[in-house]
Design a protein around this ligand. Structure first.
Ligand SMILES: C[S@@+](CC[C@H](N)C(=O)[O-])C[C@H]1O[C@@H](n2cnc3c(N)ncnc32)[C@H](O)[C@@H]1O
Length: 360
């Protein structure tokens, strides 16, 4: 497991499209289990108001970011919240520092955010994570090296308009070349994942190289989807989630209102999720992209160590990136391969294979 990498603040925006989990999460649940990551991947689930949410991460900084997001929802207006996080740089009358002073946080959390406020006061929290910064840098480099300006493509009013100008602005072959030279396994492994990149040749289970996987999915997104509605592509190629059409699930106003008035009791756990899973039953599991970083032996029999009381029809959503360690899907658990494939296409980042396990 990559404990060395999973420290500090790696994720701040979410490189997972949480609408997938949101749609699968049941109403009237007793308890959800979710891996924190950026926190943004968990926040939308609270709109379903489960009685309890158990949130886990190896990194305390990620848990702090979830608490900050939630407290911002509870204390700020919708417009202030969008501004505070960094989605909107205009709409608030108060500065981020003033908004922060209205939040009630533990002494420890408050000091943590104050300590590096110079990094998030100017543009908000969503651009803080090491992962986000790395991909923003790769996006800037792409624009510089290839003299590309993708803004006109992102600014179109419809998919049809995008289709009409796509070839002028998006050069498929140039991007393939760029991923092979720059956005490749070596750069990801060395500069970002410090030797723990799941797409590295000695770890991946996918046949394709990281560069070919990324270029083929991105080329498909630019060809077949409306990029104005894609926050992930905007983060990389515009260095900013520029258009409100692209805002991820945590920016949905109806969800925001429900979460503000929600009553879910939240439990924080800084530990290995494989240990925590054994402790008590839940009726929805959102395990994020964590298995990619685990060995076959760690996960081989994890289903058989889960509590028996987990209710029937419970779903467990597992994402993997380029490496899926083998685990046995044993009765009473099962999975639908077709549904897994469909969800992978629905996720606007296109970076994951899904395994949605269901207790039958
Ligand atoms: C690869 S990241 C995915 C983050 C996510 N894509 C997002 O958008 O926020 C997985 C998150 O799970 C945490 N993590 C990884 N392995 C874990 C484990 N075994 N137990 C608990 N947390 C873990 C990491 O610290 C990280 O925040």
């Amino acid at each position: 497991m990559a404990e060395v990498y999973f420290q500090g603040l790696n994720y701040s925006l979410a490189n997972e499209d949480t609408w997938v989990e949101y749609k699968l999460a049941p109403e009237n649940a007793k308890s959800y289990f979710a891996v924190c990551g950026s926190g943004s991947r968990v926040i939308p689930l609270l709109a379903k108001n489960p009685q309890e949410l158990h949130i886990v991460d190896l990194s305390e900084a990620q848990l702090k970011l979830f608490r900050l997001r939630l407290e911002a929802i509870k204390k700020l207006t919708y417009e202030e919240y969008l501004y505070f996080l960094g989605y909107d740089n205009h709409s608030s009358k108060e500065s981020r520092a003033d908004l922060f002073s209205r939040l009630t946080l533990s002494e420890d959390d408050q000091q943590y955010w104050k300590h590096f406020e110079k990094d998030w006061l100017p543009s908000g929290l969503i651009y803080l994570g090491r992962w986000e910064r790395h991909f923003m840098m790769l996006g800037r480099l792409f624009q510089r090296l290839t003299f590309s300006n993708l803004l006109p493509l992102f600014a179109t009013h419809s998919f049809q308009e995008q289709q009409a100008i796509r070839e002028k602005y998006w050069k498929e072959k140039l991007f393939i070349l760029y991923t092979r030279i720059v956005m490749n396994e070596w750069v990801a492994n060395k500069l970002l994942y410090k030797g723990h990149f799941a797409g590295a040749t000695d770890k991946k289970t996918m046949k394709m190289s990281a560069a070919d996987y990324v270029s083929s999915e991105f080329n498909d997104l630019f060809k077949n989807t409306w990029v104005k509605s894609n926050y992930f592509l905007q983060l990389i190629f515009l260095n900013k989630v520029t258009f409100k059409e692209a805002f991820p699930a945590e920016c949905d106003e109806a969800l925001f209102d429900k979460i503000k008035h929600g009553t879910t009791k939240i439990f924080f756990h800084q530990k290995n999720l494989l240990e925590l899973l054994k402790e008590r039953p839940h009726d929805f599991y959102s395990l994020s992209d964590t298995f990619s970083y685990m060995s076959d032996s760690e996960v081989a029999n994890f289903l058989s160590s889960l509590p028996e009381e987990i209710p029937h029809k419970t779903l467990m959503v597992i994402r993997t990136f380029m490496r899926k360690p083998s685990f046995q899907v044993v009765s009473p658990w099962s999975e639908q391969i077709e549904r897994n494939k469909q969800l992978a296409k629905e996720d606007c980042t296109r970076m994951y294979e899904f395994s949605v396990l269901e207790k039958t």
